[in-house]
Every structure is written in structure tokens, then in C-alpha cells.
Design a protein. Structure first.
Lengths: 654, 273
């Protein structure tokens, strides 16, 4: 078969680019909304843009093996920068665009980046700020010239100027560039991604062409992704998922990557594009659902009735219809009617009309939220992955989707559960090494290629699906020896729309206690509805009625936790609502918005003490970091509340 | 030391300031018996950010209204781009290349941001009512061209997400930004900003300051602004005129003005014993 022959020798992203030009040259590879209009580039145009930039990089003296850092939001130009770097034999290192200067300094220094491709003045400023801490920095390339006119340009070049320089020097560098592309094998480094790290410094995960391309191939076949599919690229470029979806799978299958106009327009752009393949972390789905519910409350009586009536029906039969199970003719007919009046328009508003494959991962998703989207007929599934695995470890096949599992092993992946309960995997996607960190590499990956996930879980009998309980190192013991699994309880709390984030403590203690962050959208809407005035997050978070509501949520969770005899000890005895939102800028969350337990424990030690010493209020002062890196502090007096706990079911029966 | 008196000079951050764009010569403005402006002269150079400051009731807004052609001074002359300006209607002044924003936002609340900004292109539209009603040929081409200019400004001021939102639904800080967008849409030679930061929080002020500097840098627009926030004025402007009770009491770089005894007295008050 010619298609199979054509796949041979596809050992690098630039090689896949050349194949796409040959096979889908006139089809769209990239779209971006700019000046209110969707601008697009075909694969052939994309290849020209990338080559011009690669030639430009050659004029700056890029060597094979150099690291090129890329900082910016999802724009076609930034994706091209990664492929242009690969063409030159260099290693692209995408960074989180909202990282503060210190974080950027650490990463640039650690990988010894010689070049930075930055999106705009904000990013250039951050690099210039830390430049004197760096030794290897040679040149900064910027995309948006705004505000940069007056800067000293000895080390600065505009992206478009570099492309022009490259084309002018084409004769000089083209042969070398082609030779560099030809030299790349499956073992050449494809990209280096820094993990956000819930503990300690970020680590540079080195992924080879084999890792990326094999994983992209397997996962694309699993979901029958193909040229003609559309995705919206809006998640951070430094995150492995974006690299695999927007570069790996996009170049493997030849589908089109769409970039939003600005981060704020993401939802309307999503609606205009109507992607067929979509990924979002649970938080995005939660926010969208919260917004729908808030807007429904403002709708007229009839519309509200229509919505609730048909949503109840969708909840009953929607998932079965999606999974192809038997559903009676009458129910199918009513579902059709609902599709016409409610589900269809709602999916259109959300931008999900054309979604064929949707994934969520990263955190547990609330069963109600998950079922809401599935009942609308959106094929939303879960996957479980890691940077070290090129994302895919397990995923849910069509027709076997549930909210409490993360699916079966992805194609090519082997799973095993260690005695401790920790999940291990081995696959073609397993990373090469942590950059300049042989010790951590050896800790994570053994000689046979098995990688420890750091998560505790088990494989469900019968279905063969993997279920994750918690981070292995977060699972602890209470003072009386009972199992302590904070994430399990936190997830239950977070399923309430009013609660954005929760942190549960109790390892080695006799009782559990919790910090809670309210969701400003949901609680703010409630406040508006009830004529409660508030000036800030802090004020709303301290409102007695809000505390009352949160207390009722905590008590409901306690009742649910008490159902499970193994985890009944994790009920929350006392809680407080934090005076500020946990924030990645303050180091309390990772850039992918996961809670960093150790840091929170250190930072709010006084509050934890107060939770356990029985005091009814506590005064505290907390340092905060503003978006521009400046620091300030906020003072607050917080009220601590006791929550009712249930006697565990088992003991009650005795 | 820079030559501030007459011709061109180079600012501390390396911007080349050009020739005199506008010159006010011995302006006196009276409302009945009240003298709002008393014999004031100053100039504005091309590419400059020029601030007019002063305590409440000093006559700053009146001065801006004289520049924008809304008030006609009883005495004195206004010179713009090398010629003496006769008494004009505001729309004629707009056609000359002067655009402004207002202290109390003056936008069309029921219209979208896009439509509001499009109104700023009015002086650049040549086709008549009839042609525009049918929207064929030249009228269509003209609208497309003007829309392109407007979209670039929307991109520049980062208001893409509210493009289609009715202005009435926007928070105050964004309305101010939309007003700036509309003024910029006229592609003015001289941009007048009447208290662009009034009522804003620190973050909004920072954003607005950055936009003002970027407008000046990117489009080379000359800017004259009135502002109460002294920190903002001193950071933004190249030269400052200080007014008090309708008189000019200081004129120079922010540093010069800061050290001027008369200015300090006017702001901090002085005992009269």
C-alpha cells in the first residue's frame, strides 16, 4: 500500500511537514483570527513560512543541539518557530507565557538556551530582565513589534525580518539545512518540555521523535483522527498535551490547527470554528456549565421549563443513545425533539456542535458535569496521561465511557500496579531522560523502561479500566491508622459549583480539616441575586451567608465520604474559606492549576494551627504576587467553622 | 540639556520631537465677568506628550475646549500647523486632524463597540447617504477599507473580546478604552485626552498609560492630556503646563515643574500671613 510506504522514513516533524505538503498541500493547516477575520495558511504556505524562518535562524548561527526557547500564546507563528528550530537540528523548548521572570530565568539557564523566540514586548521584557543571570543567551526574536521600537536591537530581531534575512541568504544555507533535516532519526530529540512540578524545581523532559510520532500515530488511529478534522489550540504551548495535539497529531494526520484571536475571545472563536476534536481540562467544562446555569436562571419561565424538562430527559437516555444501547422508540423521538429545541442550540452556543471526539484529563471531573455533556450527545471521554508518556497512558474507547475511570491502556502501552498500589507503565512514548538530571531519571524510569506515575490506583476487575485514587505520595495515614486520601475528598468538594478549590489536611493528625476557595462567578451571581453587596473576593469569601452555604456543602460531602468505610476517617471536622484565591503566581498552584500541597502547608502554617487548636477566628497576613511580579500583602481575619461529621456506616451497624 | 524653547529636541528616552504643531498665543477666555483663562501662551510640538495640570477650577478643561475649537477665546490666537486658525465649528476642527476623548464618557450606549469606533471614521467617509443606503460599489469598498483601520485599532487596544458588545454593558475602564479607540479611528494629528485615568483603579491606570505611550510611539500621534493623577502625568509626559486660577504658573519638563516654587505653592497651599 502506497500510504504505508509514504509513512516510512517519517522520522521527524519536518519530514511529516514535507509529506503533508505533498499529500494535502492545498488544504488548510493553520487558521488564526486576526483583525476580526479568520486568516488561513495551507500546508504548502506553512512549509514556506517555516523554511524562511529556519533559514533565518541559520543566519544567526544556530547549531545542531542548541536549545531555542519559545514563549508566547497559541499563534501559528509560534508553532512554526518550533518546527523551524527542529529543521535546524535545534531543540525547541516552549515555556509558559504567564511564568514570571524568575521562573523563566531558571529554565533558560537550565537548558542553556541560546535563542528565545518571544511573542511580544511583555515576554521580551521578562527575558531582558533576567538576561544578566544567563550565560549562553545570544539573540531574542520577537513577533509583535509594538512597544519594542526603541529597544537596543543588537540582540533583538523581528520575526518577519529574520525570515527575510533567511530568504536573502537562501543560497548560502539551504544545502546545510536540508542536510540537517535528512540527518534526523527516530532517536533525535524532538522537543523538551518542562514539567510544572507539584514539588520542587521544574524538570526538563526530553522527548524523541520516536516518542512523539509513535504516540501521535497510535492515538490518532485510536480515535480515527484524520485530515479535515479541526482543533482549537488554546491551552499553554508549554504543556505536553498541546504539543501532542497541535503538532504531533496535527502533523501526523494533517488536520487543521485553529488559533483564537486573544485569550478572552476563546469561547466565541470556539463557536465560530466548531472543532471536531476538542480537549479541555475539567475546570473549563465546569466553568461553561456554571455559565449556562447562571444564564438559564435569567431566562423566562417558559424557556426554563423547556430547558429543565428536556435536560431531565437527556440525563435519562442521552448517554445510552451515545453509547448505542437500546432505547425505546418513544424516548428516541422525544430526544430528537429535545435536540431540535434545546440540545442543538445549546451545543451550538457552547461551540460543540461538531465535536466527534472530546477529551478531558488532568483532574477528576464531577460525574454530574461529565454526564451533562454526554447527555447532550457530546462524545466526551477521559484520558490519563503524563508529560513523561507523551500524554497517553490510558483512555476510554467509544462506548466504554464512565466518569469514575480513566479508561484502558492506550495502544502500545503496558500497565502494571506495584505492591504499594502505584501505577507503572511502559510504552513507545516513554521519555528519553530528564535533562541534566540523571538521578531523577533513574528514580522515575527503571532499566526495563517502566515508569512510575506517582499515582496510586487499581485496575477494575471485569472492565479492565484503570481507576486512580490519589497521588501516591499524598496518600497518608491518619493518627489512628485510617487511610488519608485528600484528593478524594477535595474532588467531592469541588463538584459543588460554589467551590473552586479545596485543600484537605489530616496526614498524621486525628481529624481532617480543609481550606476552601469559593468560585467567584457562581457565588458572585448568587450574591447579586440576593442583593448582597461586596467589594472584593475577600469580602464575599467572609460573608456569613456564604460560610453557611459552604458549611452545608462540607457536611454533604462528609455524609458521602462516610459511606465508604475505608475513607470515613477523611471527613472534614473544621474548615475555613481562604481570604485569597490560590494562584500560580504565588506558587500555590502549578501552571496547570494543580494544588501544591507542601507550599500551601508552609505558607499558611498559622491557619492550619488555628484549625486544630479550636480557636474561632484567626488573623493573618499573606504575601501576594501581582501579575507584573511586584509583591504586596493582604491582611484578614478569618472565621473557622466546625462541620458536622457522620458516624461511619459500618460502625453504626454494629 | 535639551533645547526646550523653540525647535526640535530629543527626549530622555530617545524620541525625536519635531516642529511646533500647535501654538496658543496670549489666549484669554471669559464667560461674562468670569475670566476662565488669562493671557496664556504655550506650544505643542509634533510627536510630543504634553500635559496640562492644575488644581480644580484652574481652567484646564476650558483650555482643552479652546484647542478643540469648542470655545472661542475673546483674545489671542490659535496657530495650527503653521497657520492661524479662524473661529471654527468643532467638526471643522475634527477635519483638520484633532480628535478628543471626554471627561464624562460620551459614547453611544446602545451601539456596539465596533459601531462606536466606526463613527470615528466619519470624517474619512466620502460617499453620500444615498450610496451608503444601497451599499454597492464605492460605498462598500469604502466601508471595508475603514473597517480595516478600525480592526487594527481594536487589535491595538486589545478590545477584540468586546467587539460586538453594546457599550452600555461595559465597565467604566473599558468604556474609556473604547473612547480612546474612537478618537484614534479618526487618525488624528493631535489627540486630546480629558482626564483619561479619572475613576480608574491602579491596574486600569497602568494599562491606559501603556496604551497612551504605545499610541504615541506606534502612530507618532501628538498627545495633549489633562490629568489629576500627578504620578501618571510625571511619568507620561514630555512637557507640562501648570495652570492655577486661569493663569499659567509653570511650563517645562516634569522635573522642572516639580521644583517650581509657584507650582508647589498652588498645589500644597501657602499661608497668607
Amino acid at each position: 500500500m502506497t500510504a504505508n510506504q509514504a509513512q516510512k522514513g517519517m522520522h521527524s516533524i519536518p519530514a511529516l511537514l514535507a509529506r503533508n505538503v505533498a499529500e494535502h498541500g492545498a488544504q488548510h493547516a493553520y487558521r488564526e483570527k486576526e483583525f476580526g477575520i479568520w486568516q488561513s495558511w495551507t500546508w504548502a504556505e506553512t512549509a514556506d513560512e517555516i523554511k524562511a524562518l529556519a533559514l533565518g535562524l541559520m543566519t544567526l548561527g544556530v547549531n545542531e543541539g542548541d536549545h531555542i526557547a519559545i514563549i508566547g500564546r497559541n499563534r501559528p507563528y509560534m508553532y512554526w518557530s518550533m518546527v523551524a528550530a527542529q529543521m535546524c537540528g535545534a531543540v525547541p523548548v516552549p515555556l509558559y507565557q504567564d511564568a514570571v521572570a524568575e521562573e523563566i530565568a531558571y529554565v533558560l539557564d537550565h537548558c542553556g538556551a541560546r535563542f528565545v523566540i518571544a511573542q511580544d514586548q511583555e515576554q521580551v521584557d521578562k527575558v531582558i530582565d533576567v538576561q544578566d543571570q544567563l550565560t549562553g543567551m545570544d539573540h531574542i526574536i520577537y513577533l509583535d513589534p509594538r512597544g519594542l521600537r526603541k529597544y537596543d536591537h543588537t540582540m533583538l530581531t523581528k520575526y518577519q525580518d529574520l525570515q527575510k534575512n533567511g530568504l536573502d541568504a537562501r543560497g548560502q544555507h539551504e544545502a546545510e539545512l536540508d542536510a540537517r533535516v535528512a540527518r534526523q532519526t527516530y532517536d533525535t530529540t524532538c522537543v523538551m518540555l518542562y514539567t510544572s512540578g507539584t514539588t520542587g524545581r521544574p524538570k526538563g523532559v526530553v522527548l524523541s521523535n520516536r516518542n512523539v510520532i509513535e504516540t501521535s500515530k497510535n492515538s490518532s488511529e485510536f480515535d480515527q483522527l484524520r485530515a479535515g478534522d479541526e482543533i482549537l489550540a488554546y491551552l499553554p504551548m508549554a504543556w505536553v498535551g498541546d504539543f501532542i495535539f497541535s503538532i504531533g497529531q496535527a502533523y501526523w494526520t494533517g488536520f487543521c490547527v485553529n488559533c483564537p484571536e486573544s485569550p478572552d475571545t476563546m469561547h466565541s472563536d470556539l463557536r465560530e470554528i466548531g472543532p471536531t476534536y476538542y480537549f479541555a481540562p475539567p475546570r473549563v467544562f465546569e466553568t461553561q456549565l456554571t455559565n449556562v446555569m447562571i444564564r438559564m436562571e435569567d431566562a423566562g419561565k417558559f424557556k426554563q421549563w423547556l430547558f429543565h424538562h428536556f435536560m431531565a430527559h437527556a440525563k435519562k437516555v442521552g448517554p445510552d443513545i451515545l453509547d448505542g444501547n437500546d432505547v425505546s422508540f418513544g424516548d428516541r423521538l422525544k430526544y430528537r425533539l429535545g435536540e431540535l429545541t434545546v440540545y442543538g442550540p445549546l451545543k451550538n452556543t457552547l461551540g460543540f456542535s461538531r465535536v466527534r471526539v472530546g477529551y478531558t484529563a488532568g483532574e477528576a471531573i464531577g460525574p454530574e458535569i461529565f454526564d451533562f455533556y454526554r447527555s447532550l450527545g457530546i462524545n466526551l471521554k477521559q484520558l490519563y496521561g503524563q508529560t513523561e508518556a507523551c500524554v497517553f497512558i490510558t483512555q476510554q474507547p467509544d462506548g466504554e465511557v464512565r466518569s469514575d475511570t480513566v479508561g484502558v491502556a492506550s495502544p502500545g502501552v503496558e500497565l502494571k500496579i506495584a505492591e504499594s498500589g502505584e501505577v507503572y507503565y511502559r510504552s513507545p512514548g516513554v521519555f528519553m531522560e530528564y535533562f541534566k538530571n540523571a538521578e531523577s531519571t533513574a528514580d522515575t524510569k527503571d532499566a526495563e523502561g517502566w515508569v512510575a506515575t506517582g499515582d496510586a490506583g487499581f485496575i477494575e476487575e471485569g472492565s479492565g479500566h484503570l481507576r486512580i485514587i490519589d497521588r501516591a505520595k499524598d496518600v497518608g495515614k491518619m493518627a489512628d491508622g485510617a487511610l488519608f486520601a485528600p484528593k478524594y475528598v477535595e474532588n467531592k468538594l469541588k463538584f459543588f459549583p460554589n467551590i473552586l478549590e479545596a485543600v484537605v489536611f489530616g496526614d498524621g493528625k486525628d481529624r481532617c480539616a480543609a481550606f476552601i476557595n469559593i468560585d467567584l462567578t457562581a457565588v458572585g451571581n448568587w450574591a447579586e441575586r440576593n442583593n448582597i453587596a461586596y467589594a472584593s473576593y475577600q469580602e464575599l469569601a467572609g460573608h456569613p451567608q456564604v460560610l453557611e452555604t459552604i458549611q452545608s456543602h462540607v457536611e454533604e460531602v462528609n455524609a458521602s465520604v462516610a459511606q465508604d468505610p475505608m475513607l470515613a476517617g477523611c471527613q472534614i471536622h473544621r474548615f475555613l474559606v481562604l481570604h485569597k484565591q490560590l494562584d500560580a503566581d504565588d506558587g500555590e498552584l502549578t501552571r496547570t492549576l494543580k494544588v501544591r500541597r507542601r507550599i500551601i502547608e508552609e505558607k499558611y502554617a498559622d491557619l492550619i494551627v488555628a484549625l486544630y487548636d479550636g480557636s474561632s477566628t484567626v488573623s493573618t497576613e499573606t504575601e501576594v504576587t501581582y501579575e507584573d511580579g511586584r509583591k504586596g500583602s493582604i491582611k484578614a481575619t478569618l472565621e473557622l467553622r466546625d462541620a458536622a461529621v457522620q458516624v461511619p456506616v459500618k460502625m453504626a451497624a454494629e | 540639556m535639551n533645547d526646550m524653547s523653540g525647535g526640535n529636541y530629543v527626549t530622555s528616552d530617545g524620541r525625536q520631537i519635531g516642529d511646533t504643531l500647535m501654538e496658543m498665543k496670549n489666549i484669554t477666555l471669559r464667560f461674562g465677568g468670569v475670566v476662565a483663562i488669562k493671557d496664556i501662551s504655550f506650544d505643542i510640538h509634533e510627536g510630543e506628550i504634553r500635559a496640562i495640570i492644575g488644581p480644580n477650577g484652574a481652567g484646564k478643561s476650558s483650555m482643552l475646549n479652546v484647542i478643540s475649537g469648542f470655545y472661542h477665546p475673546q483674545e489671542g490666537e490659535v496657530w495650527f500647523r503653521g497657520s492661524k486658525r479662524p473661529a471654527m465649528k468643532p467638526y471643522q476642527v475634527a477635519e483638520q486632524g484633532i480628535a478628543r476623548t471626554f471627561q464624562n464618557i460620551a459614547l453611544f450606549n446602545g451601539m456596539s463597540v465596533l459601531d462606536n469606533v466606526m463613527t470615528g471614521r466619519l470624517t474619512h467617509m466620502k460617499t453620500g447617504l444615498f450610496a451608503q443606503s444601497f451599499w454597492k460599489g464605492k460605498a462598500e469598498r469604502e466601508e471595508v477599507e475603514n473597517r480595516e483601520v478600525v480592526e487594527k485599532i481594536i487589535d491595538f487596544l486589545e478590545i477584540q473580546a468586546i467587539r460586538k458588545t453594546p457599550v452600555g454593558r461595559l465597565p467604566y475602564g473599558l468604556k474609556k478604552r473604547v473612547e480612546l479607540a474612537r478618537a484614534l479611528a479618526a487618525e488624528p494629528k493631535l489627540l486630546l485626552l480629558d482626564e483619561p485615568m479619572a475613576g480608574m483603579n491602579v491596574e486600569e491606570k497602568e494599562d491606559m498609560s501603556r496604551f497612551i505611550l504605545d499610541v504615541n510611539d506606534e502612530f507618532g500621534t501628538t498627545i495633549a492630556l489633562i490629568e489629576h493623577d500627578m504620578g501618571v502625568v510625571m511619568d507620561l509626559s514630555d512637557r507640562v503646563v501648570v495652570m492655577d486660577y486661569g493663569r499659567k504658573i509653570g511650563d517645562g519638563t516634569p522635573d522642572e515643574v516639580r521644583n517650581n516654587q509657584e507650582v508647589i505653592d498652588a498645589y500644597l497651599g501657602v499661608s497668607h500671613d
